[in-house]
Design a protein around this ligand. Structure first.
Ligand code: IPE
Ligand code: IPE
Ligand code: MG
Length: 247
């Protein structure tokens, strides 16, 4: 178990890993604790996974931290999540800088509470020169929202006569997504046993390898990440071709 890292092929490490961090609430409930303590414990996993990803050379790590649908949770939980976010970003900046982590975010950020947005912007600004790994937080994120937004932007350009509809390419569409400039994730992980995407990166994961684990997010650490990467490395990515064409 301890040598999972040494089993990883350094030449086939995914450049970008995206994670749906799920199961904080159930983890807490199982222990007879309030859900919020599950979220608090989840921060430790974020720290551990970010460091492990950086160590093996992952360049982008995108973490689904809050979906647009999560506003429908009880107000006290939403408030607790927003405060935890502020607290965590403030508390982690030093370590992010120490570990060469550049913080960035995707989602409808303008609609976040002002204090959350302010701290987020500070975190992004203070870590902008780091280049070991980019940590992308998906906050108030919805894949449908960003696809619609991209469509509207392109439609406006067509209306203004700058663009013909048949000139719209994949690259142009990607440029309008909040992930522009970031390569698509090769590996998408979801914890907690749920096997769904919950409105996460629908366009970008079109060809990602999907990895589902029953482990709840607060129990997901370095070794769990390495297991997911080993699973990824044992798959054959055919992109529509046949096996014989790949060698
Ligand atoms: C994931 O854990 C964290 C967020 C969605 C913010 P959950 O809070 O969804 O935990 P479960 O799925 O209820 O166990
Ligand atoms: C998805 O988890 C969103 C995040 C991890 C932030 P949810 O727990 O909100 O997803 P559903 O509601 O079970 O699909
Ligand atoms: Mg959940």
């Amino acid at each position: 178990m301890s040598d999972l890292k040494s089993q990883i092929n350094p030449d086939k490490v995914p450049q970008h890993i995206a994670i749906i961090m799920d199961g904080n609430g159930r983890w807490a409930k199982q222990k007879g604790m309030p859900r919020v303590l599950g979220h608090r414990s989840g921060v430790k996993s974020v720290r551990e996974v970010t460091e492990a990803a950086a160590q093996i050379g992952v360049k982008y790590l995108t973490l689904y931290a809050f979906s647009t649908e999560n506003w429908n949770r009880p107000p006290a939980e939403v408030m607790a999540l927003m405060s935890l976010l502020v607290e965590t970003i403030k508390g982690e900046i030093r370590d992010l800088n120490k570990n060469g982590v550049r913080l960035t975010a995707i989602g409808d950020l303008e609609a976040l509470p002002p204090s959350t947005l302010k701290t987020l912007r500070e975190g992004i600004e203070k870590t902008k020169d780091n280049d070991r790994v980019t940590l992308v937080l998906a906050l108030n994120y919805s894949a449908k929202w960003e696809i619609l937004r991209a469509t509207r932007h392109l439609a406006e350009r067509v209306k203004a006569g700058e663009l013909q509809p048949d000139e719209i390419s994949e690259a142009m569409f990607e440029h309008e997504l909040s992930t522009h400039g970031i390569p698509d994730p090769e590996l998408l992980i979801r914890t907690s046993g749920e096997a769904r995407l919950s409105n996460f990166l629908l366009w970008q994961v079109a060809y990602a390898e999907l990895y589902f684990t029953p482990i709840f997010w607060p129990d997901f650490g370095r070794d769990e990440l390495f297991k997911a990467i080993l699973s990824y490395q044992n798959r054959e990515r055919r992109f529509g071709m046949i096996s014989e064409q790949l060698t």
